[in-house]
Structure formats: C-alpha cells, structure tokens
Design a protein around this ligand. Structure first.
Ligand SMILES: [Zn+2]
Length: 450
C-alpha cells in the first residue's frame, strides 16, 4: 500500500505552470509542471495540479508559457578577464598569451581588479541563466567572496603557474595560498574550492605532482587546461614521446578529481585513458574557434558517454560568457567538419550545458537536472520573444533560437537572484561604471589607444 501524499506541506517556493524540462534520466518534459523547493533543494517535480494540491508556499513564481530548466553550467572560465574583453582579438593562443594577456595581467591584476572584473562576469552569467561555473584565476579567494555574495554556485580554482604571478611570487607561496583557500571555503553550500595548475606546459612535472598530492590531501578538484593547441601536443611529443594526456597519466594527474578544459588535440587512446580514470572534460567551441586552436573530438567523447560539458573560456578569448552561444556553436561546429548534421544534436548540446556538464564538474549528484533531492538551481526562459516565434520543437528552440537575453528568472539554491530580468544580488549600474573605469586603467597601463 502506498503512503498517502502529504497535503499542504509547507515549502519555501513553488515554480508553477511552466514547461518543465527536467533533464532527469528519463528526460521527462512536463507540459504544465511545477517544482516545490525547501531549504535550497527540490522536494517535488510533477504536474502543476499534483504539486499545488500537495504543497503550499509563501512565494510562487508563475512560469506560464515559459520553459523551466536546470540552471546552465559554464564548465570553464576566467571571470575577472571580463576587463580584457576584446583586448587582442584575432591572435594565436601563444602570441595572445605571451604578448598581450600575460603582460596585461602583470601590469593590472590585483585583488581590486579581480573583484571588479568578477562582478561583471557574475552579472553577465546570471543574466544568461548560468547557475554554476568553474573558474580559474588569481586571487581566487576574492572570486569566492564575490560569487557567494552574488548567490551563485561555482568550482573555483586558485591558479598555480611556474612564473611569478600577480598574487604569488613563487610556487611555494602559491601552494600555501591554495592550501589556505581550500581550507577556508571547503564545505560552503555554494563554493567548491579547487587547485588550478594553469597547464602541463606552464607547470613542471614535480610541481604538478605536488598539486595532485594537495588535491588528495584536501579532497578538492584539480582544474587545468589540457591539450589545447597543436603546439602543446607537438612539444609534449618532442619532450616526452607521448601525448599530453598520456604524460599526465604517467605522472599521476589523471583522476576523478581532474576537470580538463579543451582536450582538443586528443585521440581515441587519450579518450580511453580519461574514461578509465573518470576525468571530467570541458569543450570550449567558441574560444577554440577564435584562437584557431582546433576542434575537440566531441562526437567521439559522446559516443564513449564521457562526462563532457561546455565552457565559455574567458571574455578575452570569446568574447562573451553565454552558454547559449556555446550550445549553438557546439551543435553546428561538429556537423560541418564531419559532414553529418546528425552529430551533436540539439538535445545532446543541451545535455552538455546541463546534466553532462554537471558530471564534468563531478557534481552530477547535486545539480544538472530537476529531480527531487537535488539543489534547486533553476532557470526560466521566455519563449515568446520575436527570435523564438514561431516556436520550434523544444530542444531546437533552446539550442538554436534562444539568446541570453531571453532568460527571465534564475534561482540558485532555492533563492531567486534574477527576477523579470532584474538582478537581485548585484547593482548593475555600479558594476558597469566600475568596469569602465578599470578598463581605462588597463588601456593606459598598456599604452594602447583608448
Ligand atoms: Zn581557459
């Protein structure tokens, strides 16, 4: 005999009457659905009539005619680099890094810069329906503070790199800094602190092994760029006689802690190795296209059922933090190079931005779908703007038609942080003005024409 349903059970918030795209294992879509939320978690997802009969809430969000879906997951970015948006477009990664970005960072990046840039990034991501992101940068404790204040969820990697960085002059200082950072933030309901070795070619093997030892001791993720360019792959072959992935395996870096961004220059053997070790992967189609880095073998990753998500990378290499743009690009890029419109379907692209993206960050038990027990991270997207009219089939509309501006509401951990396109936790006017002032300083210090 089944237990009778509780009637009028109090909850904090009910989102009702939307088209609910759950991304649960059955990929259920509820034509007139509702979600009940208590203490930041989902307690019911069902038809609106069923949920409204069983639960009562002090606050309701009516999503009639709109799509309700899991908050999007930006698997790879460098938020504070918003202030470098468009600073050196149309350059190869190595030139871009060595001649523009590293010098610009040396001249400009301090804690105030990081906070100002991060607030811009948070505002842009919230407006675009992103509820969780993975970041790697300097002064990551300041990033964590700004992110928690804005009410967003994130995996935040404090960068370690083998040259003097804006926040730590030596590798020893950087490792001590990460240790403090992880110790301070671990256990926070929104923030997962992590260690972020920049890349295998900017951090030596001995230091990478120290990174792995710290990650094991602290039980924290490792966020890293892996196999981004042909130059990186060729140099690794020359120095070590194997691919970057094989090399990382050899020194003990492949594990369920690793979140590997890019994975462009990888082959079937590399993918089998990351599969065996449970590595999370993040595809950054727009950044890879803009820097002409190459095209990651995403159809092969999907056919192996690997946990691969989508990332924007930074605004200096993209130039926007929109997962809608990334989904659109991911779905099209692989079709054209394979000569096959069936590879990376709209639904697969949407999965990469939600449930598969959650798995890439090793957070699939907490986020990425609208299921009972998961965190209440929910986006509501208008389906009546002119760019959506007439409405296509659901996943096509979401991936090919929807723009970041179409996001109406965003809820993270049960708390609305965007309502009717208004930011509730950030002052957009002030953030914009501070961002402009900081950019003027960047331009002056680099001796560029304004
Ligand atoms: Zn990156």
């Amino acid at each position: 005999m089944s237990t009778p349903r509780p009637v009028d059970l109090p909850v904090d918030l009910i989102v009702c009457h939307g088209i609910v795209v759950t991304m649960d294992p059955q990929r259920r879509v509820l034509a007139d659905g509702a979600i009940a939320i208590r203490d930041g978690r989902i307690v019911a997802v069902d038809d609106a009539a069923t949920v409204l009969a069983a639960y009562s809430a002090s606050e309701h969000i009516d999503a009639s005619g709109q799509v309700v879906h899991p908050g999007l997951i930006n698997g790879h970015t460098h938020g504070p680099m918003e202030l470098f948006r468009g600073l050196a477009d149309d350059e190869l990664l190595d030139d871009w890094l060595q001649h523009t970005i590293f010098p610009a960072e040396a001249l400009n990046v301090d804690e105030a810069f990081v906070r100002t840039g991060m607030r811009l990034a948070l505002a842009e991501m919230i407006r675009g329906g992103i509820s969780t992101f993975a970041d790697m940068y300097y002064f990551e404790a300041a990033v964590a503070d700004e992110t928690a204040r804005a009410g967003m969820r994130a995996v935040l990697g404090q960068v370690v790199i083998d040259f003097p960085a804006p926040d730590n002059a030596t590798q020893g200082e950087a490792m001590a800094c990460v240790d403090r950072f992880v110790g301070t933030w671990q256990g926070h309901r929104l923030i997962t602190p992590a260690i972020a070795p920049h890349a295998p070619y900017t951090v030596c093997d001995a230091h990478l092994q120290q990174v792995q030892a710290l990650a094991e001791r602290r039980s924290c993720p490792v966020v890293m760029h892996v196999a981004e360019t042909r130059q990186e792959r060729d140099e690794c072959l020359r120095l070590h006689g194997c691919s970057p992935v094989q090399h990382l395996q050899g020194i003990g870096l492949l594990s369920e802690r690793l979140i590997a961004a890019h994975m462009v220059w990888t082959d079937e053997d590399d993918l089998e190795r990351v599969r065996q070790h449970g590595v999370g992967l993040v595809h950054n189609p727009q950044s890879n296209m803009k820097l002409a880095s190459g095209i990651a073998p995403v159809p092969a990753m999907l056919s192996l059922d690997l946990p691969v998500g989508l990332g924007t990378d930074s605004s200096a290499s993209n130039n926007a933090l929109s997962l809608w743009d990334e989904m659109n690009s991911a779905a099209k890029l692989h079709k054209v190079i394979h000569g096959d419109p069936k590879v990376v379907s709209a639904r697969e692209a949407f999965e990469m931005a939600t449930i598969r993206g959650a798995a890439s960050l090793h957070l699939e038990n907490e986020i990425g779908s609208l299921e009972v027990g998961k965190r209440a991270d929910i986006a509501i997207v208008a389906m009546d703007p002119i760019n959506q009219t007439p409405l296509a089939s659901l996943y096509s509309a979401l991936v090919y038609d929807t723009k970041a501006n179409d996001v109406r509401d965003l809820i993270v951990e049960g708390r609305p942080i965007l309502r009717h396109r208004q930011l509730l936790t950030l002052d957009e006017t002030q953030i914009g003005a501070e961002g402009l002032r900081a950019r003027q300083q960047v331009v002056q210090r680099l001796g560029l024409q304004p």
